[in-house]
Design a protein around this ligand. Sequence first.
Ligand code: SF4
Length: 463
Amino acid sequence: MEAECPQSARFASNPKTFPVAQIVAWNACAGFCIVPAVRRLVLQLYRLAVLVSIVWLLREHAVRMRVESLRPVTLAEAQALFPAAVRLEIDAGDRGGWHVLGANGTKLGYVLQTAPVSDSIIGYCGWTNTLVAFDLALHVVGVRIRASQDTAEHVDDIRKDRGFLKTWNGRPWDEVAGRTPQEEGIEGVSGASMTSLAIAEGIVRRLRAADKAAKVAPVPFRAGVRDIGLAVVVIAGIVFAFFGTHRRPWLRRGFQGIVIGYVGLINADLIAQTLLVGWSQNGVPWRTAPGLVLMLAAALIVPWSTGRPLYCQHLCPHGHAQEWLARITPKRWRIALPKKFAAGLRWLPLLTLAMILGVVMLVLPAELAAFEPFDAYAIRTAGWVTISIAIGGLVAACFVPMAYCHYGCPTGALLNFIRSHGPEDRFGRREIGALFLVVLAFALSHAGVHFHEWLRSDASDWL
Ligand code: SF4
């Protein structure tokens, strides 16, 4: 508080000031000093809320994609088997279907579709996606064909057949999953036997896949040499962030060398959008990669709670590599970017984050690693786009110091966003940009299904 209000501090600590006046000055000033402190707290809570919202939207979207597979079951489909249904609720568990709810949220039953498991089961010439409905005791109450790429006449014959789709009615989940169509002696519909056997195969495999997922035992915790090494580097980074290097440049250079060589080139343990999105969607692998989890936790918690930039200043191999290049290249190479051009470039990270959200939420066939240079440190598996961005960023750093950090890095922008910026912290462009990302993520997560429906219908117009 003293640091925020130098006048008050000076007045209160003046030995000539009468002691009571000191107390009055402190209390009177505290009312004003508390405003920036509260403002900072509100801003930090806002930033945390933005981050949590985006993570939650990514997670919710991933669960929906796993269950719906871009082909969500509609209420009308469920009502054909449960006439009292008023709502469907996604089951995020291993069964991957929907709870069918009636009035007041009472559970009526359960439905699932065989896609995407059945997508690889070809009948005569294509897949068939089937809806399977269960009662509350998980006995089958009905089977319906949802969509098919098989011959339309064959699918029609199956729909019209009096008995085939009732084959499983009344039978419990475990019994259906336990025996193959051959073991069951299912013969299929005459004239459409391949399509009907593919449907039967699809149902059995879909139920078995859910059972298999439920039986997977959690991976035991393991912390190897790599995790311990990374933890040591992270702790050293935290020490440097809080206590500095006490005017010993060799200490910082040596540490940077370790970060570039060990964290970057040997382990390729970098924080990147692929990692942030993947962990948001699928969970944090604290049992199998505790070192990396510790690094991400520190990279978020330290700047959020203390305002000290940890990852970008101390732990990022690409940041250090740029800093080294800026030091060893001649000063005459420096280029001063025109102010307006530089101001425009500063929007690039936000734009990149928006594009990444677009790719994830619309399930577009693009590789997230191609938006950043960090995968280039795993040189053997890196794609050429990633390598090009990495090399481009390093070349740019020779002319404009830390060019990629300032004008191109979405991960750096994210880590910088959550950082408290001290007494001068304000609700500004970054905060508005972050809110825009939350709204965009929300809109795109609900637009994804319609977008793909539109793509499919548009494609069929051309056939
Ligand atoms: S801005 Fe990006 S490249 Fe630069 S140090 Fe931070 S994470 Fe690394």
